[in-house]
Design a protein around this ligand. Structure first.
Ligand code: BG6
Length: 491
């Protein structure tokens, strides 16, 4: 297990402290870090929300949520008592200036400690919260602000949010979360690429035929349908998580792990993305919505039936893209991306498929020689797999089979995989922004995504449909089929 370094004394204020994110992700993550002894006695977690609530009632709600969201043997009374001593509750309404007093009183005379404002609220309120913190004199030299995604819904709104926050906080105080960057396997990608010399000569055009990135979910949109219907899969998953994965696969080696060194390299990839626009959305993108179907034998309704009665919707719940990176390393090597709700399983992976052997001594009619593949499994069963051709054992004949050198991280390291938020919250407390998105990254990603959205609108590209529980519409297979390729079968 990696070393557990304690955090300096802090006050962490969670705006949106009664919301889903706070209850399901942030508080369980903080509970774990506290249990491992990383918080000192004086550190406090202050939940803030518009709703007037007694501290006791808030504690009861947190207790219930922790007992649901933690593994049974992770929750115990003694630890809960210690954790709940840190928890405070205050009422704050971002848009009502006279509601900040209680928070200001709690934070008074504590300027020396680390102060984090975590905005787990609707992005439309980010500017108002930042301004409220400034106007009430609550921003100190040790302050940091954390913004949940989505930062905006396009380039223009992202800039507006960034400008509003930028008027109150310096860029190095702003932590824009993409929780995929806190996932262990995503960080392992850095270890795999830059902690081994084996892969580097092969990590480029000339050796790699193409790359596939799949982030599949079996869940539908559930209780978030109203929000999701204004967003869709491209904005919800591709603009952030999938482009970040693509950047980590495609970027050059940074000169160090320094936050700006890593982010500068990601930025170069974002700038090198070939635009997808009105002329080529038809050949380089697929969008689709699920109809009713079955997942593991359970019938699930169509997306439009999850919306309020009678609503029509042109929101995509699935998207597939053929992405091209215009630089020397990747010229001519397509990156195929796909993500969707209500696919057969929760399954995320990155696959690098290498080129065919240049000359096969095994005739095609007799031998099924498969190209090598490096698969990085993000979830579930995190690990790395390299498929190679091997001779089947036996004294007679000569048969070939594709077999795997398979590394399961959980089996190898035998430890619990911390949730992404555990790492990201600790990075905020320690003041390390390397795993967070810089302003220019967010805006570059939006500007590329805006091109696709404008292309869809301008070309009237049709919305496909797919059966819930399938791997998406046939157009998604055709996207690769046209190039003589297919999606990795294990997905
Ligand atoms: C969120 C999206 O950012 O990521 C959700 O808004 C999605 O729609 C979620 O379900 C997926 O995250 P994970 O960690 O479960 O793969």
């Amino acid at each position: 297990m990696a070393k557990m370094l304690p955090a300096d004394t802090f006050d962490l204020v969670i705006f949106g402290g009664t919301g889903d994110l706070a209850m399901r992700k942030l508080l369980p993550a903080l509970y774990h870090r506290d249990r491992d002894g990383q918080f000192d006695a004086g550190s406090r977690i202050i939940a803030a929300s518009r709703r007037p609530l007694e501290r006791e009632a808030y504690l009861a709600a947190v207790r219930e949520s922790l007992s649901k969201n933690l593994a049974a043997d992770d929750f115990d009374e003694k630890q809960w008592n210690a954790f709940s001593d840190r928890l405070h509750y205050v009422t704050v309404d971002a848009n009502a200036p006279d509601t900040w007093g209680e928070l200001a009183a709690l934070l008074a005379d504590r300027e020396d400690r680390i102060r984090v404002a975590y905005l787990a609220t609707a992005p439309g309120l980010y500017g108002a919260f930042a301004a409220g913190l400034r106007e009430n004199g609550l921003i100190t030299a040790n302050s940091r602000i954390v913004l949940e995604k989505p930062v905006g819904r396009d380039y223009v709104t992202a800039r507006e949010i960034n400008d509003a926050i930028g008027q109150c906080f310096r860029e190095n105080q702003i932590y824009r979360i993409d929780h995929y960057l806190g996932k262990e396997t995503v960080q392992n990608l850095l270890a795999l690429r830059f902690g081994n010399s084996l892969f580097e000569p092969l990590w480029r055009r000339g050796a790699v035929d193409h790359v596939q990135i799949t982030v599949a979910e079996d869940l539908g949109v559930g209780g978030r349908v109203e929000f999701y219907d204004r967003i869709g899969a491209l904005r919800d998953m591709v603009q952030n998580h999938m482009l970040q994965l693509l950047c980590l696969v495609a970027m050059e080696s940074p000169s160090s792990l320094d936050h700006d060194a890593v982010r500068d390299e990601k930025m170069k990839v974002l700038r090198a993305l070939k635009p997808i626009g009105v002329d080529d959305v038809g050949s380089r993108s697929v969008r689709a919505q699920y109809s009713d179907g079955a997942i593991r034998g359970e019938t699930v309704p169509a997306y439009i039936d999850e919306l309020a009665d009678g609503d029509a919707s042109s929101t995509e719940t699935f998207v597939a893209l053929k992405v091209e990176i215009e630089n020397w390393r990747w010229s001519g090597v397509p990156f195929y991306l796909r993500t969707g709700k209500r696919l057969p399983a929760k399954h995320s992976e990155i696959v690098l498929q290498f080129q065919d052997v240049p000359h096969s001594i095994f005739p095609e009619q007799e031998y099924n020689v498969q190209p090598n593949r490096l698969t990085i499994r993000l979830q579930p069963d995190e690990g790395v797999k390299l498929s190679v051709m091997a001779k089947e054992p036996g004294p007679g004949g000569f048969d070939l089979r594709s077999v795997s050198l398979d590394l399961s991280f959980e089996e190898t390291f035998g430890v619990r995989y911390p949730d992404a938020y555990e790492r990201l919250l600790m990075e905020v407390l320690r003041g390390n922004p390397a795993l967070f998105m810089r302003r220019d990254e967010i805006e570059a990603a939006w500007s590329w995504i805006d091109g696709i959205i404008a292309g869809w609108a301008g070309s009237r590209q049709k919305m496909d449909s797919y059966v819930a529980g399938s791997w998406g519409p046939s157009a998604s297979s055709m996207l690769l089929d046209r190039d003589g390729r297919s999606w990795h079968p294990e997905a």
